[in-house]
Design a protein around this ligand. Structure first.
Ligand code: 13P
Length: 252
């Protein structure tokens, strides 16, 4: 099954204007394999500059969050319309940091996915279990409970326009990557869960792995049948390491 391979950079609350310049200069020169696309998601204030600086046919701009509301009295929030003005094509939603620190619920995440799809922006929907949940054998239940409200809200066929990122919370920023086999097993579950609703959609949706991915471990992870690329945090802030990962990843 030919699926798009995606390497996405989640800068989180990191980076500077200087990094925007350095990273975009470097990425503009990267040669990507056929079928590979790269998405860079800096913080909101850097989107405008990044939109001008990134000039590569297969490298896209993304954001890290969006409001589920269209406009109005929501101090501090950013709408899909605003993001579209800066050529944002992807938005990360449901990151575990948003769920855990900012108490975003799966229902709210579903509303954000809906808002993005209505604006023709592709959601990168993050799901993942905590260490306790994995230890208790609840991984699949947790992932299903994070996916189902989104499916209920937008309908399974809309997942043709969604990217899913599986990020086990215990692997984020810890250096404790899931082994390729463990990640594959969970990705397979996610694809199977979607296939029970729609096989074609399940075969098409890109499933990214995230959690301490770096230049050393990415090859083994991305070689897995159901892993279609990665969502990178720490490694995406390092110009040489990130561009090396992008230029070496194979298309599917
Ligand atoms: P790290 O790559 O730093 O573990 O972060 C992963 C992540 O949360 C990407 O969204």
């Amino acid at each position: 099954m030919n699926r798009q391979t995606i390497i996405a950079a989640n800068w989180k609350m990191n980076g500077t204007l200087n990094l925007v310049n350095e990273m975009s200069n470097r990425l503009n020169q990267v040669k990507l394999a056929d079928g590979v696309r790269v998405i860079v998601c800096p913080s909101f204030p850097y989107l405008a500059e990044m939109a001008v600086k990134l000039q590569h046919d297969n490298i896209y701009l993304g954001a890290q969050n969006v409001s589920e509301h269209e406009k109005g009295a929501y101090t501090g929030e950013v709408s899909t319309t605003m993001l579209r003005e800066f050529a944002v094509k992807y938005v990360i939603v449901g990151h575990s940091e948003r769920r855990n620190i900012y108490k975003e619920t799966s229902l709210q995440v579903a509303h954000k996915v809906q808002a993005l799809l209505a604006a023709n922006i592709t959601p990168i929907l993050c799901i993942g279990e905590s260490e306790q949940e994995r230890m208790a054998g609840h991984t699949e239940t947790v992932l299903a409970a994070q996916l189902q409200p989104v499916i209920d809200e937008v309908g399974i066929e809309k997942f043709n326009d969604v990217v899913i990122a599986y990020e086990p919370v215990w692997a984020i920023g810890t250096g404790k990557t899931a082994s390729p086999e463990m990640a594959q097993e969970t990705h397979q579950f996610i694809r199977q869960f979607l296939a029970e609703k729609d096989v074609n959609v399940a075969n098409k949706v890109p499933l990214l792995y995230g959690g301490s991915v770096n230049a050393q471990n990415c090859e083994g992870l991305f070689a897995q049948a159901d892993i279609d690329g990665g969502l990178l945090g720490g490694a995406s802030l390092k110009v040489e390491e990130f561009s090396q990962i992008c230029s070496t990843v194979k298309g599917s």
